[in-house]
Design a protein around this ligand. Structure first.
Ligand SMILES: Nc1ncnc2c1ncn2[C@@H]1O[C@H](COP(=O)(O)OP(=O)(O)OP(=O)(O)O)[C@@H](O)[C@H]1O
Ligand SMILES: [Mg+2]
Length: 413
């Protein structure tokens, strides 16, 4: 093992699927994917743990194969958080910094951030991130980095990302039960954006939609910064459930109908019937009926997404359009459908440009896990290399309290 390299882990804890990505990062920050895996999730409801053992066992199982593939023992990870309690809030803060000739230092930045956050975010929420959007010095705005500049009054405009504290705590407990410390919790769509967006897109204005099984999350970027996060509590599983009810079939069969035969293009001529099931036990369905069910639910989900964009004042105001990620984005021609409802350019986002075995996970459903690993790689606090052999003893002798987390994490995404 090259000692100049560290390894990091991204863990996407979804309602339907868990995805793990292990990557090495060298001194120059180059990331190489060395292990990954995807497994069925359990015990999660709409992106939030409903119990601890379900997700813990699923994490343990999924991570195990990724660890074996990469030859690493994972004891900490950057973990995704989801659910409709994940929101962004725009806040402002102002402090007096002394005489006019005073040069703004890191302490001033911490202080103004504290003022912008304290009392603005309800006590039952964990602050996941504070993104400084703009500073003003003595009333003059438009300053991105005031460090070293002179002034007597410092103001800050920020975007604060938060989630309900019990949801954060339970997610950390679930990962800790699987012997993995959640170093940071990052909204799944923010992590996906990290993996699929370019700096230019973020600068010009772009939205990412993580179309998952039970949630559809939205993140908007402009002027290089994260400006908005919102989660619609419905996803691609709702389509499956609707099909199961309307066609009076099992969810497994409904999933087969959806993933094999449904596309997001409802305007083309197709065969009139859909046949699924094992030979001899085949079932046939009227395609028109199937498409009506799917279209109605897709319409509802993307209309809700559009409402979120409207509420954030970004509807039809994104020059770089909208990027779709998540398992739901695997539906053929879903971009065509989303384009119609959102009235914007829509493309499917896949993580690209990383080394190692990255090619195998260049898929929209892996965007979040890859993005989490990329955030982890950027972080100064990288997991130390531990050889596979020392795994059990190291785990047993660890005194680290997995619940001893810093409540407010102010690092920039
Ligand atoms: N080829 C396909 N066509 C349509 N839908 C698909 C396809 N492949 C997967 N899906 C759907 O993607 C969904 C799973 O997506 P994903 O793994 O991103 O969800 P998740 O992260 O577990 O859920 P959540 O983010 O809501 O907690 C399922 O509803 C599944 O049916
Ligand atoms: Mg997800």
């Amino acid at each position: 093992m090259d000692n100049d390299k560290r390894f990091v882990t991204g863990l996407d804890v979804g309602t339907e699927n868990i995805r793990a990505v292990i990557a090495t990062v060298n001194k120059s920050g180059e990331i190489s994917i060395v292990g990954y895996n995807e497994g069925k999730s359990a015990g999660m409801r709409k992106g939030i743990p409903a119990n601890l053992t379900g997700p813990a066992e699923a994490i343990d199982r999924t991570l195990g194969d990724a660890e074996r593939m990469g030859g690493y023992d994972v004891r900490s990870a950057f973990v995704s958080i989801n659910g409709s309690t994940v929101i962004s809030t725009h806040t402002e803060g102002m402090i007096a910094v002394g005489a006019v000739e005073h040069e703004i230092d890191l302490e001033d930045l911490d202080r103004v951030e504290d003022v912008a956050v304290t009392g603005r975010i309800p006590a039952n929420r964990d602050v996941l991130d504070v993104i400084p959007l703009e500073y003003a010095l003595d009333g003059q705005g438009g300053i991105k980095d005031p460090l070293g500049m002179s002034g007597a009054r410092l103001e800050m405009r920020a975007c604060v990302i938060s989630a309900l504290t019990p949801n954060c705590e339970n997610l950390k407990k679930a990962t800790a039960t699987a012997d993995v410390e959640a170093k940071r919790l990052i909204p799944s769509v923010v992590a996906a954006a990290k993996a699929v967006l370019t700096e230019r897109q973020k600068e010009n204005g772009v939205a990412v939609i993580d179309f998952g099984a039970t949630t559809t999350s939205v993140a908007v970027y402009e002027e290089g910064d994260l400006q908005y996060v919102g989660v619609v509590p419905a996803g691609s599983n709702n389509i499956t459930n609707d099909l199961a009810i309307v066609l009076a079939i099992s969810p497994d069969l409904a999933e087969e109908v959806k993933t094999r035969f449904v596309t997001g293009n409802f305007d083309t001529e197709k065969s009139l019937t859909i046949k699924v099931g094992k030979e001899g036990k085949e079932r046939a369905f009227n395609r028109k009926e199937v498409e009506e069910v799917v279209k109605a639910r897709l319409d509802e989900i993307f209309t809700e997404v559009r409402k979120k964009l409207k509420s954030a004042k970004y509807d039809q105001r994104l020059p770089e359009g909208i990027i779709l990620t998540g398992g739901g984005a695997k539906m053929r021609d879903i971009d065509l459908f989303a384009k119609k409802v959102l009235e914007a350019a829509v493309t499917i986002g896949v993580p690209k440009g990383l080394g190692g075995v990255a090619e195998s996970i260049e898929k929209p459903e892996f965007a979040t896990a890859v993005g989490l690993a990329m955030f982890a790689a950027e972080s100064a606090d990288l997991s130390p290399i531990t050889s596979k052999k020392s795994k059990k003893t190291a785990k047993k002798s660890s005194n680290a309290n997995p619940f001893n987390f810093i409540k407010k994490i102010f690092n920039k995404f």
